[in-house]
Design a protein. Structure first.
Length: 236
């Protein structure tokens, strides 16, 4: 793995809002993010949190237009174009939605993909390098990271099987070949080494209830560190 200066890594931090949390989910196609995001939302709402689910790219009018343009294109984009387009969408999402929502106490923002996807897809699979992606994101608000990221780890065979069962049209990234997917898997392994305190790796091969039990355990630990949360996990 390429060397990334510690000073650059230290540029990144979670939002500093009181009693609100920023969570992201990561994984290759078929990892089960959608199911686990739904279960996480239900779990948190039962504990009296406001929960907002966002996706990347997307979450704003600008971001959704960009998402449609990128994922539906049949033209191979330059890796730098991909990286800067996603960074632009992310900056607008943070400015327009994430920061404003998290400023409201008892709010959780859950993002389906975030910075780690850019590190993996453009940094690793498109060969731009993790350092370049982090340099693009080192200034506010792009230097904001989730409080915790759940990485649902599955193998290539499982990804293929689940995509086949889903039987939906493949978008710009889903249609890439096996070599691309193998680089994604390797990229996620590298990125979790860059941010070991933030990224929680879970075995996405397990059945959904077993995966969520592990997520719930980490969420409970996160909430216990908040003095405004009572012993039963609910807001006082």
């Amino acid at each position: 793995m390429e060397h990334v200066p510690q000073e650059l890594l230290q540029s990144f931090r979670p939002p500093a809002f009181h009693h609100s949390y920023f969570i992201s989910f990561e994984g290759i196609e078929g990892s089960g993010k959608t199911t686990q995001i739904r279960l996480t939302k239900e779990f948190l709402e039962e504990r009296n949190f406001r929960v907002l689910i966002l996706r990347e790219p997307g979450g704003t009018t600008f971001g959704e237009h960009l998402r449609q343009a990128v994922l539906s294109t049949t033209t191979q984009l330059h890796p730098l174009a991909e990286a800067y387009l996603f960074a632009a969408s992310r900056a607008q999402l943070l400015h327009e939605v994430v920061m404003k929502e998290l400023s409201i106490p008892n709010t959780v923002v859950i993002c389906d993909r975030y910075l780690d996807s850019t590190l993996v897809y453009q940094g690793k699979a498109r060969n731009l390098g993790h350092r370049l992606i982090l340099e693009i994101h080192q200034h506010f608000p792009l230097n904001l990271t989730p409080h915790i990221t759940f990485f649902l780890e599955i193998g290539l065979d499982t990804s293929r099987d689940r995509q086949r069962q889903r039987n939906s049209p493949k978008d710009y990234f889903e249609g890439q070949g096996e070599a691309f997917y193998r680089k994604l898997i390797e990229g996620y392994q590298e990125v979790r080494e860059l941010f070991p305190d933030r990224i929680c790796t879970l075995n996405g091969e397990l059945v959904p209830d077993e995966v969520f039990a592990l997520i719930q355990e980490r969420l409970n630990a996160l909430l216990k560190s908040d003095p405004s949360v009572e012993k039963d996990g609910k807001r006082s």
